[in-house]
Design a binder for this molecule. Structure first.
Ligand code: FA5
Length: 342
């Protein structure tokens, strides 16, 4: 009786498995649970073995095993068959035609200001400078007073900036980093500091946010000749050997003597236009021999050490390098403009 029941179960389940087609493949799991699960048919037969006599038990036990093996084998074969079908289906769906022409890869590019900053930094590092950074939100002391620009001094007008309160402001020059570094470093040293600067300025060559790169060299015997030769070297390496450079006497409270350096205008190449206000040249940087008073304020012995410093306007440097005639293009994020910079 039991043997017959087991045989029927086997035939019934095998037929059921055979009937399952690919679209109903999940049914296989249901069949598996129905037969082998906790309350599955075969499990119930195994549990019922306890009630059999010692004589019947091995016979029925081996029959249960053979039914289990037969069903398991058929189930596994069917599962394998469906797995293969599924794999083929995926391979067909995800086929890549490697002979198809590519759509092209979109390449990014450095923003002109970042590009020029990197180029200048590379040149300066090759000349032995270390790169340092300072805060953009700066104290009045480091931005002005330590640079020999006391409160209410008229030269503050040249660098009208944005004040957070009476003593905190958005730095108007990277020269603020000079004072910080001179307080902590022991001469001799050579540093550059690139970064954002802010002023209440706005026209085709002035922006309220712009970028500078400050350079400072402190040593025992530095002179104006060293400064001029270093700047000429820098400019020629950046703009090419045939660049026209002009040194002009100027005034900065923190350098004495002071100079400004101009380069031929990118728009008119020296002829004179609205960008350069008819002069044919664009002012690019300020520089000079560090005022001994500034050295003393930062705790450096001005009898033993001298220094020179320079402050590049990086936006103007980028304008000249890429023949850009309005500084605002650098800040508009117009993709048509940026694409031309690649
Ligand atoms: C200074 O800021 C001095 N700290 C430079 C310096 C450093 C002199 C070390 C001596 C020793 P100046 O105000 O001239 O100097 O600015 C330097 C450069 O920054 C200018 O030549 C110009 O290229 C750029 N610049 C100044 N204001 C703006 C602005 N609003 N927008 C874009 N570039 C500017």
């Amino acid at each position: 009786m039991l043997v017959e029941k087991l045989e029927n179960l086997k035939q019934e389940i095998l037929a059921e498995i055979d009937k399952v087609d690919y679209s109903l493949r999940k049914t296989l799991t249901e069949i598996r649970v129905k037969v082998f699960g906790k309350s599955g048919h075969l499990t119930m037969f195994s549990k019922g073995m306890r009630e059999l006599s010692a004589e019947e038990r091995p016979k029925v036990g081996s029959l249960i095993n053979s039914v289990r093996n037969a069903i398991e084998e058929r189930l596994t074969a069917k599962e394998k068959e469906f797995e293969n079908l599924e794999l083929n289906e995926r391979l067909e769906r995800e086929k890549v035609d490697i002979t198809e022409p590519s759509k092209g890869v979109l390449k990014g590019a450095y923003h002109p200001i970042l590009d020029v900053t990197d180029k200048l930094m590379d040149i300066c590092v090759s000349l032995g400078f270390s790169v340092v950074e300072g805060p953009e939100v700066e104290s009045d002391y480091y931005n002005f007073e330590a640079m020999n620009i006391p409160k209410n001094h008229p030269s503050r007008d040249m660098q009208d900036t944005f004040f957070i309160n009476d003593n905190i402001l958005l730095r108007s020059q990277t020269s603020a980093v000079q004072a910080r570094e001179m307080e902590t470093r022991k001469p001799p040293f050579k540093i550059i500091c690139p970064g954002k600067t802010y002023r209440n300025d706005s026209d085709s060559t002035h922006s309220p946010v712009f970028h500078q790169l400050e350079g400072l060299v402190i040593d025992e015997n530095v002179s104006m000749a060293d400064l001029k030769s270093m700047l000429t070297n820098l400019m020629k390496r950046l703009y090419g050997e045939d660049t026209t450079i002009r040194f002009r006497p100027s005034f900065f409270p923190f350098t004495e003597p002071s100079i400004e350096v101009d380069v031929s205008c990118p728009s008119c190449h020296g002829k004179g236009c609205t960008t350069c206000k008819g002069t044919g040249m664009l002012e690019l940087l300020g520089a000079g021999i560090v005022n001994p008073k500034v050295l003393e304020m930062s705790g450096i012995d001005s009898k033993k050490y001298r220094g020179f410093a320079f402050g590049f306007g990086l936006d103007r440097t980028a304008m000249i390098l890429n023949s850009i005639n309005n500084i605002r293009y650098l800040y508009r994020n117009d993709i048509r403009f940026l694409n031309q910079m690649k």
